[in-house]
Ligand binder design. Sequence first.
Ligand SMILES: Nc1ncnc2c1ncn2[C@@H]1O[C@H](COP(=O)(O)OP(=O)(O)OP(=O)(O)O)[C@@H](O)[C@H]1O
Ligand SMILES: O=C(O)c1ccc[n+]([C@@H]2O[C@H](COP(=O)([O-])O)[C@@H](O)[C@H]2O)c1
Length: 193
Amino acid sequence: MIIGVLGGSFNPVHIGHMMLASYIQQFTDLDEVWLSLSPLNPLKAGSDELIPDLIRLKMLELAIGNTSGLNICDYELSMPRPSYTINTLHYLAKRYPRHNFKLIIGSDNWKIFDQWKDHEAIISEFGVIVYPRPGYPVGTIYDDGVDVVNAPMADISSTFIRKALARGWSMNYFLPQGVYDYIIKNNLYGTGS
Ligand SMILES: Nc1ncnc2c1ncn2[C@@H]1O[C@H](COP(=O)(O)OP(=O)(O)OP(=O)(O)O)[C@@H](O)[C@H]1O
Ligand SMILES: O=C(O)c1ccc[n+]([C@@H]2O[C@H](COP(=O)([O-])O)[C@@H](O)[C@H]2O)c1
């Protein structure tokens, strides 16, 4: 099987992530998409807003449920921090030798991909799928091992959702229902205060 790996902090996972994962899984030759929970992006400083790993994992589980073709990878939670994507891909390739893994990244990350650890090895050993993000036109990419997927864009982010929740706005249409209910029930992101 060909598995696409979509990494993120998922703080919280929102419908933009889910639309993308669902689109790529169904409209490309990937068999599955695995959402890989990243405890800390190596290029971002830790933030107070990052809620505990296990709560973010729980929300991913609620978002995916038993959707066929979508899965969760929690390997990075047990890794030293920050966890680098190349290490995760090497681990997955060793752990699941019958699968081929490809990395899925947005055009925002593609722009700074040369700052990622062993970015050339990620392309040559695994391959990368780039999808468009608002404000970051993909243009034409000639690199072997890099494909572009024209997935539909939803211009929302976890940052926007955290801010809106903290202000008491309803984000029920921006989050998978189970995730929204869980946030409200547990007073996460400043809700209920
Ligand atoms: N609306 C969206 N549509 C498609 N991809 C998205 C969307 N939002 C984020 N992503 C991508 O999903 C991956 C995981 O994202 P991440 O968890 O950092 O979410 P985020 O919404 O960008 O978070 P934050 O606002 O906290 O930085 C990243 O590659 C990111 O570019
Ligand atoms: O391995 C790296 O050098 C590296 C550098 C920057 C980002 N990443 C990963 O890219 C994914 C998306 O990160 P983000 O914060 O832009 O959503 C997440 O899984 C990060 O761990 C990985």
